[in-house]
Design a protein around this ligand. Structure first.
Ligand code: 6R9
Length: 636
């Protein structure tokens, strides 16, 4: 029996048991049978969650691009690796074969080398969803440079913070990007960011929208002419198993974004293994994940997982609304997509529109549906099941995180029976445990608690770039000897897991993690603002939306309130990006605080959600009187 591709429930339980009883043997067999190594490991796993330190396949040497590209050249050189579907459906789709991908990655890698990039250097990639994005990622991996992809919807401030945090030497961007009917001046955003980034020596610019952009002599270079001169062979640099592969930033509940560091061998094995099983990928399938490569989902399930399995993966540049709400389904029909992976927020938005957008298209190629990013509500689940899956296609509700590197809890399609809103069972190798608030494990079924993982898995992030102490405090301090996810979960009578949401100050808006602290910092920069608190409230499309409580300074009280609201959102857009804008802003004379001065967000959340009748005991507050004012002026 192969551990690598599970096809039934019985088999799942067998494999799962093995993965828990003999984890090292389990992962060793998978690593040995399914990947190419230049040198085998000395030890499979060394770990200590108290330090914390986790090492998988120590002693091994490899290059992930040899696993994602070179080895497929023997058997599927002419098979499509990437299908690029442009923003504008009238522009031709591109089918990039493994052979072409190999050539383009090698050329790009040589350009990076010519720019002085060496193994271990950090490269920031700020690109739209065009083939050059995947190629840039792989080119970095080819030469051992650590890529740090920043989502191209982030502002110049967010970009410069991330560039500086990792001391990136080079930035890859484009003249601009297409987003539906709009174009976005990416190069302008980069230029602004680079006013504050002394570490950056050079910028490579992809031509995409053919607009005039400023080119700074000596720093900026158009990519195309350099590629034309570059050699199409580039030897893959040997990486140690635990050498960093990439940094990807995620929001924390406080402070600046956390640069999660993923390393080479474990991440490769885990992203590939989970891709194969959760999407039941078979030769000839056309797999499409609608995420942006700026998020972990795009890293693991557009690039690395699919390519390590020799799959055909779709990259879509555009938006679900352009030219109309049928775009996703038109693409499914056009490329005969077999696995379709998207986010609940997209499903909810699509479900609000006419069904004609769906019924016009032939969706019979689809075999598996997936969701990721936030809990999927029952209504959205049923809409997806009925209208896209025609009640016959399994839905994989996949729970995982930037930190976990790959899917952790998910049904195995056609094996695990699904229940709406349940991520169901842990994948092999994953040992979840629920904890109570006092730090004790909650055993048995029909219980709920805080979700932790008690044994390492190969895909886990190893540290936070430049701040191992923060890594320890955030993930390994709340519960002894366990990785704490920050999520709450319940386990039903059959052992199925349902993720109930964040238990910290991270709010998931349209599937994007947003920490409240950086948004509050942006709001507080407004000259009229004295203090603010941001909470989430349920929103039928975004899942959660942001509600801000703002105390104005005395000097600000005479200002036109709507103008101040606009300026606050403008500030947020500049500092973080439009995804963090507040839906509602309530001005208030005070915020409910505990005696130690902490804002009682629980109360603010209840008011914002229209549940102000159930505030519980507020008598211990420092200023209970402010609660009545807040309730009376709530924006519902
Ligand atoms: C992959 C990704 C992680 C947080 C995570 C949780 C939420 C993701 C979910 C889900 C319920 C699911 N989340 N998938 N909640 N059901 N299927 O989204 O990574 O951006 O780091 O977000 O997203 O709260 O902790 P990331």
């Amino acid at each position: 029996m192969s551990n690598y591709h599970i096809k039934g429930l019985e088999e799942y339980f067998q494999v799962y048991r093995k993965s828990v009883n003999t984890p090292e043997k389990f992962w060793e067999e998978i690593a040995e049978e399914n990947f190419v190594w230049r040198k085998k490991w000395d030890t499979v796993l060394q770990w200590d969650f108290t330090k914390p330190e986790v090492k998988w396949f120590e002693g091994a040497q490899l290059n992930i691009t040899e696993n994602c590209i070179d080895r497929h050249l023997y058997t599927k050189a002419d098979q499509t690796a990437i299908i690029f579907e442009p923003n504008d459906g009238d522009e031709q789709a591109q089918h990039i074969t493994y052979k072409q991908l190999h050539e383009r990655v090698c050329k790009f890698a040589n350009v990076l080398k010519d720019q002085g990039i060496e193994k271990g250097d950090r490269v920031c990639i700020y690109l739209p969803m065009i083939p050059e994005l995947s190629i840039a990622v792989l080119a970095c991996a080819r030469i051992g440079a650590v890529h740090s992809v920043v989502f191209a919807g982030f502002s110049s401030t967010a970009l410069s913070t991330r560039i500086n945090d990792a001391s990136c030497k080079l930035v890859i961007t484009s003249d601009g990007s297409y987003r539906g009917k709009k174009t976005i001046d990416l190069k302008g955003i980069v230029d602004e960011a680079l006013l504050k980034t002394p570490c950056v020596d050079s910028v490579l610019v992809v031509k995409r929208i053919h607009t005039e952009v400023a080119i700074k002599e000596g720093r900026d270079h158009w990519l195309q002419p350099l590629l034309e001169k570059a050699s199409a062979t580039c030897e893959a640099v040997l990486m140690n198993a635990e050498d960093p592969l990439f940094i990807l930033y995620t929001s924390g509940s406080t402070g600046k974004p956390k640069g999660m560091v993923h390393t080479t061998a474990g991440y490769m094995v885990y992203s590939a293994y989970t891709f194969k099983n959760v999407f039941q990928y078979r030769q000839g399938d056309v797999y499409w994940c609608t995420a942006d490569i700026g998020w972990i989902t795009g890293h693991s399930y557009i690039i690395y997982g699919p390519l390590a399995n020799g799959a055909t993966t779709v990259m879509f540049e555009g938006v679900p609304t352009y030219p109309d709400w049928g775009r996703f389904w038109q693409i499914v029909e056009k490329h005969k997509v077999t696995q379709f992976y998207t986010a609940p927020t997209a499903i909810r938005a699509l479900a609000k529109e006419s069904l004609d957008n769906v019924t016009k298209y032939d969706l019979t190629s689809i075999k598996i549906l997936g969701t990721v990013g936030e809990p999927i509500n029952e209504e959205a689940w049923h809409w997806y099941d009925e209208n896209i899956g025609k009640k016959g296609i399994p839905i994989a509700d996949t729970w995982w995180q930037t930190e976990t590197g790959g899917i952790m809890i998910s049904p195995i399609p056609y094996a695990t029976p699904t229940i709406p809103t349940f991520a169901t069972l842990p994948l092999p190798g994953i040992q979840p445990s629920l904890m109570d608030e006092n730090g004790a494990e909650i055993k048995g079924n029909q219980v709920d608690g805080r979700l932790t993982i008690k044994f390492p898995w190969p895909g886990m992030a190893r540290t936070i770039w430049g701040n191992h102490q923060r890594y320890k405090e955030t993930y390994f301090t709340a519960y002894e000897n366990r990785y704490f996810t920050g999520d709450g979960a319940l386990r039903d009578a059959t052992g199925y897991y349902r993720i109930t949401g964040r238990v910290d100050d991270v709010i998931i808006v349209s599937g994007h993690n947003l920490g409240t602290a950086p948004i509050e910092d942006a709001v507080n920069e407004h000259p009229a603002v004295a203090e603010s608190a941001i909470v989430g409230f349920p929103h039928d499309v975004k899942g959660n939306a942001l509600y801000g409580y703002v105390i104005l300074k005395e000097t600000g009280e005479s200002r036109d309130q709507d103008n101040v609201r606009k300026e606050i959102n403008q500030l947020i857009t500049e500092r973080i990006g439009p995804i963090a804008k507040l839906d509602k802003i309530q001005f208030t004379p005070g915020l409910p605080k505990t005696r130690s001065g902490k804002i009682m967000r629980r109360i603010l959340r209840k008011v914002a959600s229209g549940e102000s009748e159930q505030l519980g005991d507020i008598s211990t507050l420092l200023n209970p009187e402010v609660v009545a004012t807040i309730k009376d002026n709530a924006l519902l």
